[in-house]
Design a protein around this ligand. Structure first.
Ligand code: SF4
Length: 344
């Protein structure tokens, strides 16, 4: 057990002032006339006020997380929620400033956790993320087995690399679900055959700097309910991991209950909520014009080039760190996109 991750030490977390003894209707004062917002708040109130002893809310400093925090602060009658933020090592100063603002606004403490292996260390040890999570994972496996980036039949390649079945299946487009095959990324295979990667590729920084950290906090503290901000509408790997706003510890693979208060929110619901409840977002949105926060310049981000331009202008030290860390991945991605363009 990692004592540095212990959050429950006896004292209560908060001096917040919202609706400590009120009803759900009091808590919804000023809410927009929006059924998604109202329905989901009633659900939040019901779930959070169940007799859970240890409720953990993970705050990212992003706009969804801002709504989650506002909902939590209004629904948490006993002020029992503990809030944490994981500093991946590539966070904007604007995010850090925003956390200080949130602590003051809501009268809470957001415990900042520095992973044992933040992104820069994980990238140096395992490799750089490239293109997307699935491609990076399979490429990492192929690299681990000394794959020589040739075209070939599955049956032949599997004989040469018998311990690398799933990645060879990806490379040979063997999955029935086409999204799981390399061809899901236009001409990636052709590009890699002509330009084998000369640097290590991996998505493991996400595991070491985020996923395993949250998991360790939950296990160390024996959390019964984990609350976090993910929306069905955001799409992508993160949201496809869930089916609804609530996950029970009694479900297969469940270890604790999970609750996602904004799961059903569309963009419009979020905007209405923020306007009606005076939710302020960080400078990443209001000043830098970013659409997301989190790790600056992550090569998985659709808009990482824009993020880099923004970082260069507003947070030059972060820009230098990120461009040096992901240098090979950015160059490889550029070469890949040029390759596709030239042949399309
Ligand atoms: S978001 Fe990107 S940079 Fe951050 S941990 Fe995940 S893969 Fe690594």
């Amino acid at each position: 057990m990692d004592q540095s991750l212990m959050l429950w030490t006896g004292e209560n977390n908060s001096a917040a002032t919202v609706n400590e003894s009120g009803t759900v209707f009091d808590a919804m004062e000023g809410f927009p006339h929006n059924m998604t917002v109202v329905d989901n708040f009633v659900r939040a109130w019901t779930i959070i006020n169940r007799p859970y002893k240890k409720v953990l809310a993970t705050i990212s400093g992003g706009s969804d997380s801002d709504v989650v925090l506002d909902i939590c602060s209004k629904a948490d009658k006993e002020k029992k929620i503990k809030y944490v933020w994981i500093n991946t090592g590539l966070e904007y100063q604007a995010t850090k400033d925003h956390l200080a603002f949130l602590e003051k606004k809501y009268g809470i403490t957001i415990t900042k956790i520095r992973p044992k292996m933040p992104v820069p260390l994980a990238v140096k040890k395992f490799g750089q993320p490239f293109l997307n999570k699935r491609a990076s994972e399979y490429i990492a496996r192929l690299q681990k087995h000394g794959f020589n980036w040739v075209d070939g039949k599955y049956e032949d390649l599997i004989r040469l690399y018998p311990k690398c079945k799933s990645a060879i299946a990806w490379w040979c487009n063997m999955y029935d679900n086409k999204r799981l095959n390399i061809d899901n990324n236009k001409m990636l295979k052709e590009f890699m055959i002509e330009n084998p990667p000369a640097f290590k590729i991996s998505s493991k920084c996400c595991y070491h700097a985020k996923k395993s950290v949250i998991h360790n906090i939950i296990n160390t503290n024996k959390v019964d309910l984990s609350v976090f901000g993910v929306r069905k509408a955001e799409g992508g790997t993160r949201s496809t991991a869930y089916k609804s706003c609530f996950g029970s510890k009694d479900a297969p693979y469940g270890e604790y209950d999970e609750y996602r208060p904004v799961w059903w929110y569309l963009n419009g619901d979020k905007e209405e909520y923020c306007k009606a409840c005076d939710v302020t977002h960080s400078r990443c949105y209001t000043e830098y014009g970013l659409a997301r926060t989190g790790c600056c310049g992550c090569p998985f981000g659709r808009d990482f080039r824009h993020e880099l331009e923004v970082a260069k202008e507003f947070e030059p030290k972060l820009y230098s760190a990120v461009t040096s860390l992901f240098k090979d991945s950015y160059a490889y991605m550029k070469a890949y996109h040029e390759f596709v363009k030239a042949r399309s």
